[in-house]
Design a protein around this ligand. Structure first.
Ligand SMILES: Cc1cc2nc3c(=O)[nH]c(=O)nc-3n(C[C@H](O)[C@H](O)[C@H](O)COP(=O)(O)O)c2cc1C
Length: 310
């Protein structure tokens, strides 16, 4: 799969997940074979005002490339200014969030609200494109609700406005994160545009992803929740339900990456959220997770996790 000149070695892509897809987790997923990783969404206002917490979100390292940083906002000029700032980073693309269902984002006309306002969405894409040195992509949903499935027209609009790829989460805004993922809509979007289409929603194994690509014709698949605590999902050679030993090794590597990055150290609560997920579904997981959450420092967490296999 290619997004303009950016070649992906693997069509399995890490989704943007606010609170999770930080630099350390992206680096880990790349080590396990993710073809491309998306940052969590970054506020255009935060960037333009150079807020420290926002600047922390766009920290990157050469080892994670190719990487796409995602912007959210609804004012074309501010989005354009933010895109110019992002372009100063060594990144491979800028994605525009046109699918986030969260009320705080919608109220400002951003995220999924843009599905209802394709003219504004087009202006944002055009201006971001004009102000960035890297490909611009869009991530959206099938529509606002089941009476208005508009992804085909929306994707055509995105392509005409300068987008180099489009991701479709196969759900509407009203669906939130549940209900069936609409593979047929993803297939129709693929037929409607010439830019690469990335399918998204409920992919929890390589087999699911390969099936989505085969059935919809999409060029790549994006994995969100299925990658949390399971970065090996991107690897061809690892059993999807690996042993405790492999889980612990993956988590220890995650902690090592955090340590190697130095500052800013991710908030410890965030790291514990990641850590707990590595043990989901295995025997004794409840008590392991309880112990993970009771740790009060990185050192204590590292020691506890290590003790599980020694
Ligand atoms: C905790 C969480 C945070 C998310 N943050 C973002 C985000 O920052 N930007 C975005 O476009 N989508 C975001 N999403 C949506 C995911 O990228 C993805 O579209 C959705 O979870 C469906 O894919 P999945 O079933 O593989 O998780 C988020 C979803 C979750 C659960």
């Amino acid at each position: 799969m290619k997004i303009d000149q950016v070649v992906l070695e693997n069509p399995f892509i890490l989704a943007p997940l606010a609170g999770y897809t930080d630099l350390a987790f992206r680096l880990l997923c790349r080590e396990y074979g993710a073809g491309l990783c998306f940052s969590e969404m970054v506020s255009c206002h935060g960037l333009v005002f150079r807020q420290k917490s926002t600047l922390d979100l766009i920290a990157t390292r050469p080892a994670e490339r190719p990487v796409v940083m995602q912007l959210f906002g609804s004012e074309p000029d501010i989005m354009a200014e933010a895109a110019a700032i992002l372009s100063e980073q060594s990144i491979d693309g800028i994605d525009i969030n046109m699918g986030c269902p969260v009320k705080k984002v919608i109220k400002k006309g951003a995220g999924a609200a843009l599905i209802k306002n394709p003219r504004l969405a087009a202006e944002i894409i055009r201006k971001v494109r004009q102000n960035s040195q890297v490909p611009v992509t869009v991530k959206t949903r099938t529509g606002w609700n089941h009476h208005a499935i508009v992804a085909e027209d929306f994707a055509k609009m995105a392509e005409d406005s300068g987008a180099s790829a489009i991701t479709v989460h196969g759900r509407t805004w009203t669906d939130g994160f549940s209900g069936e993922v609409d593979w047929q809509c993803i297939a129709r979007v693929k037929k409607a545009v010439t830019i690469p289409v990335i399918g998204n929603g409920d992919i929890i194994s390589r087999e699911d992803g390969l099936a989505m690509m085969a059935k919809t014709g999409c060029d790549g698949v994006m994995i969100g929740r299925g990658a949390l605590g399971r970065p090996w999902i991107f690897s061809e050679n690892i059993n999807p339900n690996p042993s405790l030993h492999l889980r612990v090794k993956a988590l220890l590597r995650h902690l090592d990456i955090i340590a190697s990055l130095g500052s800013p150290v991710p908030p410890f609560a965030k790291t514990k959220n990641h850590a707990g997920k590595y043990f989901k579904g295995i025997t004794g997981s409840a008590s392991i997770r309880q112990k993970v959450y009771s740790c009060s420092s990185y050192e204590e967490l590292h020691e506890f996790v290590n003790s599980l296999i020694t």
